[in-house]
Every structure is written in structure tokens, then in C-alpha cells.
Design a binder for this molecule. Structure first.
Ligand SMILES: [Zn+2]
Length: 202
């Protein structure tokens, strides 16, 4: 957990208090009430597939910067705190590859405790299936070095494809589109601008 010395709400020194069954960093200043529950983050990645010459291909991007410079992976990144996750993944796919794609359903998610997944915060990483809409792969050459659509046999020949990305692509190619959790599958409540409900389609 992050070492907090001062309260981010009122600026007074942080102490600790018993809350919800354990000691937590907290501000004891009258009227403040800040408690630090830990650091959490939400990441996303997109499997974008398209058919070329009768063969299904999936989008991969090559990292230009460390950590893992040169590795190939699904396009993705962190969601902003005020951004819906489905929009974050569409944005990341576009920013990293120039491909316009729209969220179809959720293939899987990974939950990693802080430290274990390589990050400083407890992290949920959601792998989406996206429908290809338009565009050809193009990259900034800095954060992302290369991008392209590849079939599974082609991926076998590429060095440094991240294991989780390849697993996500296999999940996408072997499952029925829409068999995962979809937005708007439930009712009008899931179509608001400030929250979305993901459910199974029957
Ligand atoms: Zn405070």
C-alpha cells in the first residue's frame, strides 16, 4: 500500500484508525474523515478481429517503450477515473493502432493484487471483444512501434507475443461473438452516460 504521510483531503498528517475489521491509514482531524482504502486501478485491452482472405486475424501492437519494449500485445491501457471502461478500450485501440472498433462483449478479466501483476495498485484488467469498424494499422513510432492484424499461425512466428494477449485472442476466436458479458443486454438502465451494466445475452 502507498505510504501516505499527509491527508489528501485536508493536508493534516495521516494517522491510522480501526475500520471494517483492520487498521487503515486515516485522518483523525475533526470533520475530515478520510480513510485510505488502498490503491486500485482498472485496465482494459481489446481483441479486434477481422477476416482477410477467408482467415480470421487479430490486432496486435508492439510496445515501443519500457517496460517490455519490443513485446507484442493487445492494444489497451488504463481507464481514466471519469471514463467508462467500454469507451476507454475503444479510445486505446484507436490511439495505439488507428483502428476504429466498437465494443461487442467481455471475453475475460484478470484480477491481480498489488505487486503481483507488476503494478503498484490492485488491478482489474478487462479483455473486450471489439468489432472492427474501419481504418488500417498506423502507429506513432514512439509509444507503439508497430501494429498489424495477424492470424494465429502468423502469431506463432512472431517473437515476443505476450502470453495473456495470445490467450485472449484464442478465447475470441474459439467463442461465439456475444456469448460474453454485453452492455445493454439487460435494459435501459445500462444505457446511461455515467454507468453501464454488463450482462449475459439470452
Ligand atoms: Zn484529513
Amino acid at each position: 500500500m502507498t505510504n501516505l504521510n499527509f491527508c489528501p483531503k485536508c493536508g493534516q498528517p495521516i494517522s491510522s484508525r480501526h475500520d471494517g475489521g483492520r487498521e487503515r491509514p486515516a485522518c483523525l482531524t475533526d470533520g475530515c474523515g478520510f480513510i485510505h482504502f488502498g490503491d486500485f486501478s482498472i485496465g482494459c485491452a481489446g481483441v479486434v478481429t477481422r477476416e482477410m482472405d477467408g482467415e480470421l486475424q487479430a490486432l496486435l501492437v508492439q510496445r515501443g517503450q519500457n517496460p517490455f519494449a519490443g513485446m507484442w500485445q493487445l492494444p489497451g491501457g488504463y481507464a481514466e477515473h471519469d471514463e467508462l471502461l467500454s469507451l476507454a478500450v475503444e479510445r486505446e485501440v484507436y490511439e495505439e493502432s488507428g483502428i476504429v472498433a466498437s465494443v461487442h462483449d467481455v471475453l475475460a478479466f484478470r484480477h491481480a493484487l498489488a505487486g503481483s501483476g507488476g503494478g503498484p495498485s490492485t488491478n482489474i484488467y478487462v479483455i473486450f471483444r471489439l468489432n472492427y469498424e474501419s481504418g488500417e494499422p498506423r502507429v506513432d513510432g514512439d509509444e507503439i512501434k508497430d501494429a498489424g492484424f495477424y492470424s494465429l499461425p502468423e502469431m506463432e512466428a512472431i517473437e515476443g507475443v505476450q502470453g495473456l494477449s495470445k490467450w485472449g485472442i484464442e478465447q475470441a476466436l474459439q467463442s461465439v461473438p456475444g456469448s460474453g458479458l454485453s452492455i445493454g443486454a439487460i435494459d435501459e438502465r445500462s444505457k446511461r452516460n455515467d454507468w453501464q451494466l454488463y450482462g449475459l445475452t439470452f
